[in-house]
Design a protein around this ligand. Structure first.
Ligand SMILES: [Zn+2]
Ligand SMILES: [Zn+2]
Length: 318
């Protein structure tokens, strides 16, 4: 039986004093003993928190009781241990950074792609007049994506607006966007509509909800997540592994962060290479003096970087 839950959610809803809200919300989360990361902006909330089943329930009930957030659709996972170590609530300009010079240009609260529930998405995705578009980054779709989805060569969602020209060839199709939990699609689909794509839909609740409600059918590989699990299984109907080890090319679903803290790249590596290379992406990283101890998970808690790296390296080498 799971003792802990990990929640994932977002909400586009105006928060007038977002900075004050963030400070108060941090206190509230800490009072419940939760860990996780929440972004608060004028445009809404974006969070993932982890804690006891009871604490998570209190959290969801309290957030739902606020009229601004009554409609939040929490994705709830059972986990054997909390998925985070610390609790952060940060005030930012946007809940997901769009890379638009003027983020006001689009407003998902006013206009965004039509939401498709997982089963509706499943029914539409293989039609000839449909293009399924993955709006996530390289390290995410290289680990797993929908069969036949169009992917973009981007390292960060902020690069998405610059890629829209490449998608012009699909303007006569229906575009179905998807991402991890749905939050990026709110902006991506709004932007596509703004750019003149006539029919844009988005997978409501993202891959995570699709896994729960549609068995994850036709999602190939695993889904990258932003906590210490790094990736989760989605497809219980027809799963396949599509990712390969960066070092030896063998098929592997395992995603890690490079043990060199200055690299910290997300990449796929098989267990064999992980042992051999101590969780590093390259020989250069493996010989880095500040390399962290690889415990087989490839997940590292972020620690404050030393002010003078050279000095620290001398100490460690001595
Ligand atoms: Zn390998
Ligand atoms: Zn590296």
């Amino acid at each position: 039986m799971a003792i802990y839950n990990t929640l994932l959610y977002y909400c586009y809803s105006t928060i007038e004093d977002a900075e004050q809200f963030a400070a108060d919300h941090l206190k509230f989360c800490k009072s419940l003993g939760l860990t996780g990361r929440i972004i608060v902006a004028h445009e809404g909330l974006n969070g993932t928190v982890s804690g006891t089943v009871e604490a998570c329930k209190t959290y969801m009930d309290t957030v739902h009781a606020d009229a601004r957030f009554a409609g939040i659709d929490f994705k709830v996972d059972e986990v054997p241990e909390p998925s985070f170590v610390k609790m952060h609530v940060r005030h930012k300009a946007e809940i997901v950074y769009s890379g638009l010079r003027d983020p006001e240009m689009i407003d998902p609260k006013q206009k965004t792609g039509k939401h498709l529930e997982p089963k509706e998405f499943m029914a539409m995705k293989d039609r000839d007049d449909v293009v399924v578009l993955d709006v996530r980054s390289n390290y995410e779709h290289s680990l797993g994506k929908f069969k036949n989805a169009v992917t973009l060569d981007i390292e960060n969602f902020r690069d998405f607006p610059a890629m829209i020209n490449e998608l012009a060839k699909y303007k006569d199709k229906k575009i179905l966007t998807y991402c991890t939990g749905g939050i990026k699609c709110e902006k991506a689909s709004a932007l596509l509509l703004h750019e003149g794509f006539p029919e844009v839909y988005q997978l409501h609740g993202g891959i995570i909800k699709y896994g729960k409600e549609a068995g994850g059918e036709d999602f190939e590989g695993k889904c990258y997540v932003f906590d210490n699990r790094l990736s989760v299984d989605v497809n219980s109907v027809n799963p396949v592994v599509i990712s390969t080890c960066r070092n030896c090319g063998k098929t592997t679903p395992k995603m890690i962060n490079c043990a060199n803290p200055e690299c910290n790249e997300h990449f796929t590596q098989c267990d064999e290479c992980g042992t051999k290379m101590e969780g590093c992406c390259s020989d250069a990283c493996q010989s880095h003096p500040r390399k962290r101890v690889y415990d087989g998970t490839g997940y590292y808690v972020k620690v404050p970087q030393p002010v003078n790296i050279n000095k620290r390296e001398k100490i460690q080498l001595a």
